[in-house]
Design a protein around this ligand. Structure first.
Ligand code: GAR
Length: 201
């Protein structure tokens, strides 16, 4: 069984999508064993607890980025975590974390990367005037939202969209794309050639 940790900072809707997918078999042989937030007030913590999942708050509290991450890594190791899913975790990870969980850390981002990395991706897409955007699930490496891409879903930008309506349309795809990508990783279906993530067979 693949033991998964989800790191959040806020709402936790992608976390919940992963929990449900693992429960109903859409992600086979996987279990979400812990949800960790860097913010005590993250609404997702309550959602995770309601699902009977262990929750931890590990705040940075003035420490160095590396010391904060060392505490997270210790919590992950204590729980024998195999795979880490960032789901609205709004902190950059340093090489300390990346090296500890390289190829075992995934992230979801609300744009078609490499367009619109960083904060407010949906607003960036609207302001740029693109007609299509979407979401991306990728491996996390040292670059900002730049690691090898596992899965992308496309969403239209409509004339009367606001950041809110566009974000909601993207989010619905995120909730499908993330479990699908995690399932492929857990099944060991993927291999990496250069920057390209492709199927083994
Ligand atoms: C999601 O849209 C996710 O793609 C985005 O934050 C939201 C979290 O929602 N992540 C980023 O922008 C990362 N740079 P959620 O807490 O309901 O899953």
């Amino acid at each position: 069984i693949c033991r998964i940790a989800v790191l959040i900072s806020g709402r936790g809707s992608n976390m919940l999508a992963l929990v449900r997918a693992a429960r109903d078999g859409a992600i086979p042989n996987a279990q979400i064993v812990v949800v960790i937030s860097d913010r005590a007030d993250a609404p997702g913590l309550k959602l995770a607890a309601e699902q009977g999942i262990e929750t931890l708050v590990i705040e940075r509290r003035g420490r160095s980025r590396a010391d904060h991450e060392r505490e997270i890594i210790a919590a992950l190791r204590a729980r024998h975590v195999d795979l880490v899913c960032l789901a609205g975790y709004m902190r950059l990870l340093s090489p300390v974390f990346i090296e500890a969980y390289r190829w075992r850390t995934l992230n979801i981002h609300p744009s078609l990367l490499p367009s619109f990395p960083g904060l407010d991706a949906q607003r960036q897409a609207l302001e740029h005037g693109v007609k299509w955007t979407g979401c991306t699930v990728h491996f996390v490496d040292e670059t900002l939202d730049g690691g090898p891409i596992i899965e992308q879903r496309v969403v239209p930008v409509l004339d009367d969209d606001t950041v809110e309506t566009l974000s909601a349309r993207i989010l619905a795809e995120e909730h499908k794309a993330y479990p699908a990508a995690v399932a492929r990783v857990v099944r060991g279906e993927l291999r990496l050639i250069g920057r390209r993530v492709i199927s083994k067979s």
